[in-house]
Ligand binder design. Structure first.
Ligand code: NAP
Ligand code: ZN
Length: 351
């Protein structure tokens, strides 16, 4: 199938139109027309090759909401016209213990990323959702629950599940004290979801001008991470801190904020961090952990949870041709709180 979208052609060049092929449908494949795609900071990291594993051209985008246009001969769960979603993964071995548990993100053979991965059968590089169509295995397709606003739901597929999964893993519920470092795409979802689970939620931000937003999102307070006195007063006050900061940084200011047995879970920065002291870890039996996205079962659970609780990301809708400007704004932390591309704005003439 011939399709079109926007690709990065190199680490230093802006995204530009790109025409390419999607594979012929395999028996267990679903073909989607993409309606909306969220803009994740990982898209920007990948376009710029910050992690060193990008290829070019590469089509970013892993927060995909669309409509089924065709299904393979063995597909049972979807048919043309259904509203569905695709997140950060499009395949895994489906046989290892992790896949069997529905934790495909932890597949022993490695999951296949929606972009930046390689097809398990052909080895072809995968291409993401800044495009008109995608073909994906049925098992990696999510059902959009009735009543969830399609134009706003896309960021749930990465920002949502990446923050929901640690909240569930560490058993957050009423009475839990949760901190969220960085109020961006992931951070604002962490706030909404932790509030939805009944937790007491604090935003830890460098930006005091985000305080009103933090409260409007449902947080109980904003703690200015650049204010040592306020940080000192908050010591030992958290059970779980979710760290969404996208760049190299230090953990020393944050570790003393954890209570005994508390956990700081890194979901943002990929790669080396600044040196950190082990003193607060040892003395308080505190922990540092990491967490990648979430499994398909848990992602469906999240979509259903958000539909039930009416939790939706705060989105700024953009046209496809505004993507480079959106990247620039994202680098300046000037997003409130997720850009979503309206794929109706992508015309074949452009490509
Ligand atoms: P984003 O929308 O750009 O938000 C990041 C936030 O971090 C900013 O709004 C800002 O909040 C804070 N921040 C930015 N630069 C900072 C700096 N130099 N020092 C301290 N804080 C800073 O990004 P996002 O889409 O939420 O993604 C965040 C990170 O998560 C990215 O690195 C992305 O690749 C990663 N990610 C990981 C997974 C996973 O599976 N673990 C999944 C998706 C994304 P304040 O202004 O409030 O300080
Ligand atoms: Zn993402």
């Amino acid at each position: 199938m011939n399709t079109f979208g926007y690709a990065a052609y190199g680490p230093d060049s802006p995204l530009a139109p790109y025409t390419f092929e999607r594979r012929e449908l395999r028996p267990d494949d679903v073909a989607l027309e993409i309606l909306y795609c969220g803009v994740c900071h990982s898209d920007l990291h990948t376009a710029r090759n910050d992690w060193g594993w990008s290829y070019y051209p590469i089509v970013p985008g892993h927060e995909i909401v669309g409509r089924v246009i065709e299904v393979g001969s063995e597909v049972t769960r979807y048919r043309a016209g259904d509203h569905v979603a695709v997140g950060c993964m499009v395949d895994s071995c489906q046989e290892c213990d992790q896949c069997q548990k529905g934790e495909e993100q932890l597949c022993r053979e490695g999951n296949v990323q929606t972009y930046g991965g390689h097809d398990r059968i052909t080895g072809e590089p995968t291409q993401g959702g800044y495009s008109k169509h995608i073909v994906v295995r049925e098992a990696f397709c999510l059902r959009m629950p009735e009543g969830l606003d399609l134009s706003k739901a896309a960021p749930l597929l990465c920002a949502g599940i990446t923050t929901y999964s640690p909240l569930r893993t560490w058993g957050v519920g009423p009475g839990s004290r949760v901190g969220v470092i960085g109020l961006g795409g992931l951070g604002h979802m962490a706030v909404k979801l932790a509030v939805g689970l009944g937790a007491d939620v604090t935003v830890l931000s460098r930006s005091s001008n985000k305080e009103a937003d933090a409260l409007a999102l449902g947080a109980d307070r904003l703690l200015l991470s650049s204010d040592p006195e306020a940080m000192g007063k908050a010591a030992s006050g958290f059970d779980l801190i979710i760290d969404t900061v996208p760049v190299k940084h230090g953990l020393d200011p944050y570790l003393p904020l954890l209570d005994v047995d508390g956990t700081l879970v890194i979901v943002g920065q990929v790669g080396p961090m600044d040196e950190a002291s082990t003193v607060p870890l040892l003395l308080g039996r505190r922990r540092v952990a990491g967490s990648p996205i979430g499994g398909i079962r848990e992602t469906q659970e999240l979509l259903d949870f958000c539909a039930k609780k009416n939790i939706l990301p705060d989105c700024e809708m953009i046209r496809m041709d505004q993507i480079n400007e959106a990247f620039e704004r994202m680098e300046k932390a000037d997003v409130r709180y997720r850009f979503v591309i309206d794929m109706a704005s992508l015309s074949p003439e452009e490509a």
